[in-house]
Design a binder for this molecule. Sequence first.
Ligand code: PLP
Length: 347
Amino acid sequence: QEAWTEKTIALNAPAPLKARLFANENPFGPSDKAKKAIMEALPTSYQYPFRSMPDLTKKIADFEGIKEENILMASGSSPLLMAAALYYSKPGGNIITGDPSYEDLPTKATRMGEKWVKVPLTADYKLDLVAMEKAIDENTGLVYVCNPNNPTATVVDTAQLKAFVERVSKRVPVFVDEAYIDYLPDPQGTTLIPMANSMPNIIVARTFSKLYGFAGLRLGYVVTQPDIIKKLSLYTEASMSITATTLQAAIATYQDREYLDAALKKTVTSKEFLYEVLKKEGYTYIPSSANFVLFPIKMEGKQFTEEMMKRGVGVRFWKFNNQEWCRISIGRMDEMEAFATAFKEIS
Ligand code: PLP
């Protein structure tokens, strides 16, 4: 699997791909307003963007009803995941995650000597919060919760998650990665940002890379208490890592419902098309709450991925529960059609 990360697929893909469906990007973004804001920011981009960052922080704080001092931004959420991995890891410690889940933070933690405790998902492919709580011991440095979870695109029950985080954060820090929360019907009712704003030991990460379509522009943030912000800031260059153009694009698009709803709608249309293709070919899938779908395949994952790649379609594979899986990101309709054509040939 190591050789098949998103980066290696991107670097080895025969250009151009007909369908780029391996990195959970959003081809319906960034919005026209974001592009216009970037063009307008260019003439003054010789200046350090000292003002733009507090402007964006204030916008986010106002929308969420939280304190500006509880927000730490960086060039994507990855640098903040890394900062948490570095700060909370120590030799002899352990980090608890679902399995499978997003591997970036725990992978970095293991490089710091942390033991990675992988807790299998429930039978319906959700994070098993009960088992994750049971796995905590005196050496646990961090619990990582990815909700919606990548690669399964499943969500846990909000009330259950809130109760879990309330209990667990009294014992150990909890990192809640909400990269895909914008795809849910009620992100405001689901997010743990209000808890992170008012309680200690909780970190919530958000990114503009997904629904906002900023994966290449790079912008993310965490919400947590100022003491943790101070610690995380020691392990990443947050403020000076974001470009003036990206900041202006974010200020122009943050909570732009018109754009966000249109992108969501196109995602749903492509996803429903994909579901139909899979059903017609006799495949099942895990119902998805994000912009990607995980489904069991009837071939070895590496071979499947290579066969798809030969046909100009980039996807990723997983193996767990003694089953090979394909994770396909939701793209434009022409990309989903390219997938369907290739899939029918090899399935
Ligand atoms: N968290 C999750 C669950 C992700 O899937 C990703 C990227 O795919 C990230 C974080 C990192 O995204 P970024 O650094 O672009 O914000």
